[in-house]
Design a protein around this ligand. Structure first.
Ligand SMILES: *[C@@H]1O[C@H](CO)[C@@H](O)[C@H](O)[C@H]1NC(C)=O
Ligand SMILES: *[C@@H]1O[C@H](CO)[C@@H](O)[C@H](O)[C@H]1NC(C)=O
Ligand SMILES: *[C@@H]1O[C@H](CO)[C@@H](O)[C@H](O)[C@H]1NC(C)=O
Length: 474
């Protein structure tokens, strides 16, 4: 019995001990833990704050990229429209049509130039085209323009120029989008890093001497802005020089694929897309092809003083030559063209500025020659082309519908018609006539411009921006 009570007591005692022990410990823990939790929560809050700040800054930077792109758009596209004046040729051809009866009235007619004015809703089929090319050579030889171009030449020029313009717009916008994302993320990372460091130093009450100095010393702070401003002015190269070289590449690629294709040749939209894809592959290859610098820049001479020919010439991918100048003379000219004299003298007064600028441009160059940028360039240009082609297909479909309705044909099933349309063949001239007004979309600065928005928002571009943004090694 006693034994039982003793045991009971012992058990109770143990339990009591344990209970009191737990109580004691838990009391200790609770203070400790409460402090720890508070500390942790504070830390979380600050981490949240920092993370939110980074996130906000990052997405703000991406928005800035798009706004900058849109605000620069006319500077980029106006010269392209001016250089590749498709409308002027259309006008001449229309004029020639008016004179046609005077010039040749043997009843043979060729491509109907009215089909080339996009506004024309009525006609859809190019009338009575000659049955073969030779037929036309006799008829279309007449010089009808002031410059003395024959009608055939004008048609040929129209074909090449309208495609070259379309693709030059797509590719120069692609490169400009990539360039702005690289530049703005590099700059934004710098300022974010500064903020993050400040936050961290405040938290740990560490005085970051560098930052303090920078903040208190206006000259230094200004200098930092100077190199960033200079860095941004390098967009001038693409906007003024690069696109012309780009146009030449594209012109050549378009000619290679389309020279032998007659405007009267019929094709469905898929076949047309395949031809465009041929050109795309060609352009993409050329952009990332390695060349000697004297092949890429106008003002570089072959350096053959050496025994070893070409040893002093640098090889690089062509894309870089479209976006960055090659020597300090061009760089200086660029800075002078884009900035005030006051800026230049301030910039030159401190060697650190050009060193910082050089570092940023080197980082930019590193990205430009990466496989990642190669892929992104292909993705963005392909996105732009396919959005425009979808619009072309849609327009062709509507025109086909209208034509049927006008003829009083009852539509068959919706799906059936759409299916028929895909295989429907159109004269190349007509496809181009529908494509040409669509390319105007590429110059349209509306915020909700679908094609530009989609080009600017391919996922891979976000990945690139994120990797620039988190590249702390520089
Ligand atoms: C941190 O942010 C997350 C959401 O992002 C929120 O759920 C959490 O409560 C925040 N924590 C603190 C300590 O502010
Ligand atoms: C077409 O032009 C060529 C020279 O460009 C000329 O020799 C020929 O006679 C012309 N033909 C016609 C039918 O005008
Ligand atoms: C395209 O290239 C041809 C030579 O292949 C040239 O005659 C023509 O002027 C070029 N067109 C443009 C718009 O640069």
């Amino acid at each position: 019995m006693f034994q039982f009570i003793r045991d009971l007591y012992r058990r109770h005692q143990k339990k009591l001990l344990i209970t009191s022990g737990v109580a004691a410990i838990s009391y200790l823990i609770s203070i400790y833990v409460r402090n720890k939790i508070n500390e942790f929560q504070e830390q979380l809050k600050e981490e949240n704050l920092t993370r939110d700040l980074i996130k906000k800054r990052f997405s703000q930077t991406q928005k800035d990229c798009y706004m900058t792109f849109l605000s620069f758009l006319p500077v980029l596209v106006d010269p392209i429209f001016k250089e590749l004046d498709v409308e002027e040729i259309t006008k001449e051809l229309k004029l020639s049509r008016k004179n046609k009866n005077l010039i040749n009235n043997d009843g043979k007619s060729e491509l109907n130039s009215e089909d080339l004015s996009s506004k024309q809703e009525g006609s859809i089929v190019i009338e009575n085209e000659g049955s073969n090319d030779n037929n036309n050579n006799n008829n279309n030889n007449n010089s009808i323009s002031g410059i003395g171009k024959s009608k055939n030449e004008l048609w040929q020029e129209l074909k090449i120029k309208s495609l070259t313009r379309f693709l030059t717009l797509i590719y120069s916008e692609t490169l400009f989008i990539i360039l702005l994302h690289l530049q703005l993320n590099i700059i934004s990372r710098k300022s974010y890093l500064k903020t993050a460091l400040k936050l961290a130093s405040k938290k740990q009450s560490i005085k970051l001497i560098d930052l303090e100095i920078e903040d208190n010393n206006n000259l230094n702070l200004n200098d930092k802005d100077l190199s960033e401003q200079a860095f941004l002015s390098f967009t001038w190269w693409l906007l003024n020089k690069g696109w012309i070289k780009l146009k030449d590449i594209i012109n050549e690629s378009v000619e290679n694929v389309f020279n032998e294709i007659n405007l009267r040749d019929e094709m469905n939209i898929e076949e047309f897309g395949k031809l465009l894809f041929e050109i795309q592959k060609n352009i993409d290859n050329k952009l990332f092809e390695e060349r000697y610098d004297y092949e890429l820049y106008d003002n570089i001479e072959i350096n053959s003083n050496n025994n070893n020919d070409e040893s002093n010439n640098i090889k690089m991918i062509r894309l870089i030559s479209l976006i960055l100048p090659s020597n300090s003379k061009d760089e200086l000219e660029l800075l002078e063209k884009t900035n005030t004299m006051e800026f230049i003298s301030k910039f030159n007064s401190n060697l650190v500025n050009s060193a910082t600028l050089c570092k940023m441009n080197d980082e930019l160059k590193g990205y430009l020659k990466s496989e990642q940028v190669n892929m992104i360039s292909k993705t963005i240009s392909a996105t732009g082309i396919s959005v425009i082609l979808e619009n072309v297909e849609q327009t062709l479909f509507l025109k086909q519908e209208n034509k049927r309705r006008d003829k009083g044909e009852e539509g068959k099933g919706e799906g059936e018609e759409k299916g028929m349309l895909i295989n429907e063949k159109w004269k190349l001239a007509f496809i181009l006539a529908v494509l040409t007004p669509q390319t105007q979309e590429l110059a349209n600065r509306r915020l909700d411009n679908k094609v530009l928005y989609m080009m600017n928002n391919v996922r891979e571009l976000d990945d690139l921006s994120a990797s620039v943004y988190s590249n702390f090694d520089v």
